[in-house]
Design a protein around this ligand. Structure first.
Ligand code: NAD
Ligand code: NA
Length: 400
């Protein structure tokens, strides 16, 4: 079969396995020549390792100087009657292959990170096959649902405001159109549920469990990712349900930092740049901001993708030269510093007001936005034979 891109709205319904392989290789090549992570961690667990920031973290820590063995947990689907499977499924496979070629462990666990069974399996593996202890735990899950560990009932996150409803443009990648969309006001229950899904509770429970199992090494660090953004997007993000959940995540970092300090450990949240990922394309009214931001940052030569962000985080912040992790007044690591520079934001706001449904494909960086989206799914990458006839058997023989 010839594997073609299929996009529904902002969701990819197909993925190109060998395009995913190429994307992994491109990221590896980038970190191999970038400012290296020195004195970095050697044994790393990444929750949400198959795409976006989690995958970039894993690549940075394995190939960007630290030579870390990694365990990656993710929720992905392999080939079946339903299709070729998800991009993350292939990212896991090809990451592991590259890691093994470099003499590193790249163990994949595919399944629900919230389930007790997954936790037990991972602990068992750490104890029996991974050397017994972790130096770093990266928490990069992004999801819309989380089961209540007590009852199994599902909490669902919603992307809503906490004040007035906001109407703003959103992009449909399938039809290349910009449409108006209104984000309603969250009910108190929706606010709470979003915090349950995207706040810090599950992160803390993982760290507690790993700590009780005795698999956190002395000096172990943990990091989770957040977004803040400029004032213009506060009503939809920072002061909305997602921002509220992130505030909980930030508070969790402080709590974990105190807990882990007993064994010389540290916990942080790193605030990252707005980027195109499987998760972020869902945030309404966010895409015009990204279109303007990419355009301005590329013009200025300071644009970064997930991999550049993560390499900078690990090489210069979490394992930086002066051993003290630089943080802001709220104890947050800021790798969104370039995004938020005054002159960048000035130009972004000037450009954003000019972007309309008629001109967005040329006025902002829609080309870059769409290419990033396609590449997340293994399409539009140079050096990949997209006409190749790929058999289903070839795909089912690839193992996670
Ligand atoms: P992503 O969708 O690319 O990755 C999410 C990962 O979580 C995937 O590996 C997925 O398989 C995994 N996952 C989801 N549910 C799971 C489950 N139940 N069990 C196991 N694995 C599961 O998302 P991303 O954009 O890289 O987001 C990662 C973090 O970075 C989030 O906290 C997000 O808020 C944050 N962040 C994103 C942006 C952005 O612009 N994309 C900016 C700043 C911070
Ligand atoms: Na270092």
């Amino acid at each position: 079969m010839i594997i073609e891109p299929v996009v529904k709205g902002v969701v990819a319904r197909s993925a190109h396995p060998f395009g995913c392989q190429q994307a992994i290789r491109n990221q590896i090549n980038y970190v191999r020549t970038a400012d290296p992570v020195t004195d970095g961690p050697k044994k790393v667990l990444v929750l949400g390792a198959s795409s976006g920031f989690g995958l970039a973290s894993r690549i940075s820590l394995a190939f960007g100087g630290s030579m870390a063995d990694t365990i990656g947990i993710s929720f992905e689907r392999g080939p079946s009657e339903k299709g070729v499977g998800t991009a993350g499924w292939y990212n896991n496979i090809f990451f592991r292959e590259e890691a093994e070629k470099a003499g590193l462990i790249g163990k994949n666990f595919i399944g629900d990170a919230f389930s007790p069974q997954m936790r037990q399996q991972v602990i068992e593996y750490i104890k029996t096959e991974f050397g017994g202890q972790l130096d770093l735990v990266v928490y990069s899950l992004a999801t819309g649902v989380r089961p209540n560990p007590e009852t199994g009932e599902l909490w669902r996150s919603s992307i809503k405001t906490m004040g007035e409803p906001v109407t703003g443009p959103t992009i449909n990648i399938e039809t290349d159109t910009m449409e108006q969309m209104t984000i309603g006001t969250a009910t108190p229950e929706e606010v709470e549920d979003t915090e349950k899904v995207m706040g810090g509770e599950d992160w803390a429970s993982w760290i507690d469990m790993l700590s009780e199992a005795g698999v956190l090494a002395t000096g172990c660090k943990t990091v989770a990712y957040s977004y803040v953004g400029p004032k213009a997007t506060y009503p939809i993000y920072h002061q909305g349900t997602l921002g509220r959940a992130k505030a909980h995540l930030h508070a969790t970092a402080d709590q974990l930092n105190e807990q882990m300090s007993e064994m010389g450990g540290e916990a942080y949240v790193s605030v990252c740049k707005a980027l195109v990922t499987k998760a972020s394309v869902f945030i309404p009214a966010f895409s015009p901001y990204i279109l303007a931001l990419f355009k301005v940052m590329k013009d200025k030569g300071v644009h970064e993708g997930c991999i550049e962000q993560m390499q900078r985080l690990y090489a210069q912040r979490l394992y930086g030269k002066d051993k003290i992790v630089p943080v802001d007044d709220n104890r947050l690591i800021r790798v969104d510093d370039w995004e938020l520079e005054d002159d960048i934001q000035q130009q972004v706001s000037e450009l954003m007001v000019k972007i309309t449904p008629e001109n967005f494909t040329t006025m902002g960086d829609y080309q870059g936005y769409k290419t990033d989206f396609m590449q997340l799914n293994g399409f539009d990458l140079e050096g990949v034979d997209y006409q190749a006839d790929i058999s289903f058997e070839t795909l089912t023989q690839l193992v996670a």
